[in-house]
Design a protein around this ligand. Structure first.
Ligand code: ADP
Length: 612
């Protein structure tokens, strides 16, 4: 899949199984409230107050008009008019004050909310098992939750407050309008529905049309990219297939164009019908009002409430309906977020605390099956390894070597059999306390863009200031070059941040090795650590390791038999089953798979070393 050009890859679809839950609305509000009660209150209060302003403005406008009309007949003093004007100006000032407070509190609330939700996501992520990260569905949930954390929760909050505000506006403006006659408000409300309906419906249609076109437009883009590619231009010119590409590119365009025309035609027709219906309904409402005007029951001001109120009601209704669909969309995101936050944690501290060193590790009939799969990747694995011994795991890719390491290091628990530590079932003890006795270097070890000191001390961060400890680990790992860097151990490493020094692959690896040594543990695990080194460097590293690891238990995964042969015990895995076990010489004497593979590689090494 990754070989495809970027634009050819299928887009990520939202999870179709996610359903909105009304309870999430309450949960979201709780989240918003907890993020910053003060700003939430200010935001909600200013929004709701602002929503009542249109009605107040309409009313004051009406009074002013009426008074102006009466003034024409000489019945009103300048003083009265000025008082009304002052009220109107005060309303305007109040409006801008409210909107200033509103947007300031929204910004701060949004920031607090983003921080608190990110914090929850990160907290959750740090409590999740390794297993959850290896599960594609959970991982997608995490990524999506983290990507959209900035906009979605605040979106739900603002839309919800917006809905409440719309209700306030509709009720208050509506109350003014009912003074004009019982039928006026229902007619105005009704008149605003057709256009909202049409615009929503065609919004969805447009989205569906684009969805339908995704595949074809990817092909069209691809055809365009062939014509604009610098690497392909030679071939395209020589074979002269530009007209063919251009022709096909245009065919796709014409297809899209036909669909667009059909839709624009329909949308225009429905849009026109909607405006016509609205105009008729408004016309009907106007006729009803004018009849009352003719009867002398309605003033100029009342009529202005009607005329200006129509636009207000229509705008609010369409905002209300759009808000509803926005909330729906955002709540789907919130479901994803809550779904992620509700995932069970793995309590690494549950169980007795392991004290002291590990002297023996025994796998008894250990079997393992990854969650949500139907295949045992390990079956009946038995072995014992004691302090001072090194055990090597050999086997083809997928044989189960890394899985054994994951079980040993308590990242996963066996689904059959048991692992004994000093003769005691490992499950009795809290994974974290057992992990303290283990140190590991993975094939894809971390290259932390931090200082060299941190890169080493992360293995036991409480000892970050242990100068001697860090130096001795660095020395044992053959990573003394870090001390010659401009700021010694405090030199920032990596290219990601300003002033960082980049290291070579081998240098990073030695630093990871120093990290492994820094933790004073009784079990050392090397999961293909030397894959980046050439054969001779690997041999030297492993020989040095052997001398340093004598007092510990060492696990080693490697494809290089020159390294593997140094181990005291070698286990050959095939499809999750131990097929051969013994020392190097025993396995060679056995003449089985190990012997065959060893001899095959040994002849290759001889040639390689000769060349060097
Ligand atoms: P090795 O280290 O020997 O290459 P692994 O222990 O990584 O082998 O894998 C053993 C088997 O388990 C393989 O078939 C692999 O596809 C499967 N496997 C590894 N990790 C997972 C996982 N997270 N979920 C499901 N299957 C997995």
């Amino acid at each position: 899949m990754t070989d495809l050009p970027r634009h050819m890859r299928p887009p990520r679809e939202p999870d179709p199984n996610i359903k909105m839950r009304p309870a999430d609305l309450l949960e979201t509000l709780k989240l918003v409230w907890q993020a910053s009660p003060r700003h939430a209150v200010v935001y909600a209060a200013t929004s709701l107050l602002s929503s009542a302003l249109p009605a107040a403005n309409l009313y004051i406008g009406k009074l002013l008009l009426d008074e102006v009309a009466r003034a024409a007949q000489g019945k009103v003093t300048y003083q009265t008019l000025l008082t009304l004007l002052a009220v109107q100006v005060s309303l305007t000032v109040l409006g801008s004050l409210l909107s200033t407070l509103n947007s300031a509190s929204q910004q701060l609330l949004g920031d607090s909310l983003q921080h608190s939700v990110s914090r929850r996501i990160l907290d959750k992520a740090s409590g999740l098992s390794v297993e959850s990260f290896e599960n594609a569905e959970t991982y997608d949930k995490l990524q999506q939750a983290y990507r959209e954390v900035g906009s979605r929760p605040l979106g739900v909050a603002t839309q919800l407050v917006g809905l409440a505000g719309a209700v306030v506006t509709l009720v208050s403006v509506g109350a003014l309008m009912t003074r004009l006659g019982f039928w006026v408000l229902p007619l105005v409300l009704l008149a605003s529905l057709p256009s909202v309906y049409v615009s929503n419906r065609y919004g969805i249609e447009t989205y569906r049309m684009l969805r339908r076109q995704t595949h074809d437009s990817r092909v069209q883009n691809y055809l365009g990219s062939l014509l604009t590619s610098d690497t392909l231009v030679k071939e395209v010119r020589l074979f002269g297939f530009e007209p063919y590409l251009l022709g096909r590119w245009r065919e796709y365009y014409l297809g899209f164009r036909r669909q667009l025309e059909g839709m624009v035609r329909q949308r225009s027709a429905w849009g026109f019908a909607a405006s016509l219906t609205s105009a008729l309904l408004i016309g009907l409402a106007s006729a009803l009002i004018l009849r009352r005007a003719a009867d002398g029951q309605i003033s100029v001001g009342d009529f202005s409430v009607f005329v200006l109120g129509i636009a207000q009601v229509q705008g609010t209704v369409s905002g209300f309906l759009n808000g509803l669909s926005g909330i729906y969309q955002n709540l789907l995101y919130m479901r994803n977020l809550f779904g992620f936050l509700e995932l069970p944690d793995r309590d690494l501290d549950a169980g007795e605390i392991w004290h002291g060193e590990i002297d023996t590790i025994e796998f008894q009939d250990v079997g393992f099956r990854y969650p949500l799969t139907d295949r045992d990747v390990l079956k009946g694995v038995n072995f014992t390894v004691r302090r001072g011994e090194a055990l090597a795991l050999v086997g083809e890719n997928g044989a189960g070597k890394t899985t054994i390491v994951k079980l040993l290091t308590r990242l996963f628990e066996p689904t059959a059999g048991r692992i004994l530590l000093n003769g005691l079932d490992a499950q009795r003890f809290s994974p974290r306390s057992v992990q303290k006795q283990m140190s590991i270097i993975f094939q894809d070890f971390g290259q932390y863009q931090m200082s060299a000191r941190e890169n080493v001390a992360l293995a036991e961060i409480e000892r970050l200031q242990d100068e001697q400890g860090v130096e001795s680990a660095v020395e044992r790992a053959g990573a003394s070059y870090v001390e010659t860097l401009p700021q010694g151990l405090d030199t920032p490493l990596g290219r990601l941040f300003q002033g960082g020094r980049q290291l070579s692959g081998g240098q990073w690896q030695r630093l990871a090795l120093a990290r492994l040594y820094f933790r004073d543990s009784s079990v050392l695990v090397f999961d293909e650590p030397t894959a980046a080194l050439d054969a001779r460097a690997e041999f030297e590293t492993m020989a040095a390791l052997r001398s340093q690891a004598r007092n510990r238990i060492t696990f080693l995964i490697s494809h290089r038999f020159s390294t593997v042969r140094l181990a005291d015990k070698i286990i050959v895995l095939d499809g999750g089953i131990v097929t051969e076990a013994g020392s190097h010489s025993e396995l060679l004497a056995l003449g089985g798979k190990y012997a065959a593979l060893y001899n095959l590689q040994a002849s290759g090494y001889a040639g390689e070393l000769e060349k060097a």
